[in-house]
Design a protein around this ligand. Structure first.
Ligand code: NDP
Length: 333
């Protein structure tokens, strides 16, 4: 499959270029950058044949079947709509867009065009998360009562830029990390948050955008979810806990891009380690995407998953701003 990269980004250079190239027969033919010099240097650094500054040129390059969108968040919608109109399969970074209606439009357009549209929610590809989901779905901990997600990190210096200072580009911890937690909670519990309450603020890094947020979500089953995301916590560690009537799943160090962490179940008999696979998260995501483009199976997180994680994040932001409980609007999907 021939790919065009839309965006000369760090996430592509750190993980996704490698994951695309891990797929048999995959080739990256060009990278789109708004800056000709940066695009050229990026292409050279990563052994990509060409770089372009024009979206139509990226989409019109011979034989391109798929695009990976990893520009700043406000560009995802126009770039995805153009790629879909050109008949390309789309792997889009999270959050899908800055507004829910845009994300719904992207998913609807892809459906109508008959192309694969996926969201790069990497966490649900991790062996640890796959094992946790299996344990919950098989009834290992009984009926789920509550879940807690800890995803308060110290944002590395090189990632700060637009994330901590540019609301228009989709900055802030809610579009950056809460979307991942929303997807993870949906993945594990198999249901969509109904109502949220939240508090958010700036705790040292944010310049006009929130850098820390705590929220509580009500699930249709009656389960309650507590989520904590931050850019300013150097020693908090990440993890999650899912508490059921027959046991609790405890995971530490699993809200990450690497195949690491520790997971165990606590029940009446004591503590039991939960074993999991340690494959590369992004290789798995790209493998499922490539198969889906061939007509086999579905991507690990599709467009609807991307719309729903964005919907929860936007509800959390609105709840924090208004101080009220907010019903999550999934845009009809
Ligand atoms: P980057 O800041 O690395 O890149 C985003 C854009 O910034 C690029 O498209 C590029 O524009 C521009 N840019 C890059 N370097 C420079 C520079 N030195 N000077 C000026 N502009 C520059 O973003 P990330 O890789 O951190 O994030 C990109 C997207 O991926 C976001 O939507 C984010 O939410 C998502 N993401 C997802 C992750 C996941 O695991 N699923 C992890 C990290 C990010 P141009 O293309 O025009 O050159």
């Amino acid at each position: 499959m021939r790919w065009a990269l839309l965006g000369a980004s760090r996430i592509a250079s750190s993980y996704v270029i490698d994951a695309i190239r891990a797929q048999q027969g995959a080739e990256i033919v060009s990278v789109l950058s708004s800056d000709a010099g940066r695009g050229r240097a990026y292409a050279e650094r990563h052994g990509i044949a060409g770089s372009v500054t024009d979206l139509d040129a990226a989409l019109g390059a011979e034989g391109v079947e798929a695009v990976y969108i990893s520009t700043t968040n406000e560009k995802h919608h126009p770039q995805a709509m153009a790629a879909i109109a050109a008949g390309k399969h789309v792997l889009c970074e999270k959050p899908l867009a800055t507004e829910l209606s845009q994300a719904v439009e992207m998913v609807t357009a892809a459906r109508e065009a008959g192309v694969v549209f996926a969201t790069n929610h990497h966490l649900r590809n991790a062996g640890a998360h796959l094992a946790i989901r299996e344990a919950v779905a098989s009834g290992r901990i009984g009926r789920v009562l509550s879940m807690r997600v800890f995803h308060a990190v110290s944002l590395p210096e090189e990632l700060r830029g637009w994330r901590v200072a540019d609301a228009a580009a989709g900055g802030g911890v809610i579009p950056d990390i809460t979307v991942h937690d929303a997807d993870t909670v949906r993945f594990h519990l198999g249901e969509d948050p109904a109502t949220v309450v939240a508090r958010a603020g700036e705790s040292g890094l944010g310049q006009g955008v929130e850098d820390s947020v705590m929220s509580v979500w009500s699930m249709p089953s009656g389960a309650m979810v507590q989520a904590h995301e931050s850019f300013t916590h150097p020693h908090a560690g990440t993890g999650l806990e899912i508490h059921g009537t027959e046991g609790s799943i405890v995971a530490r160090g699993v809200m990450t891009q690497e195949a690491v962490g520790e997971v165990w179940i606590e029940d009446a008999e004591g503590r039991h380690a939960l074993k999991f696979e340690t494959h590369n998260l992004y290789h798995r995501a790209l493998g499922l995407f490539t198969a889906a483009a061939r007509g086999e199976g579905r991507p690990s997180a599709d467009g609807v998953d991307g719309v729903k994680s964005l919907a929860v994040a936007l509800a959390v932001r609105e709840a924090a701003r208004s101080g009220r409980a907010v019903d999550v609007d999934y845009g009809g999907l």
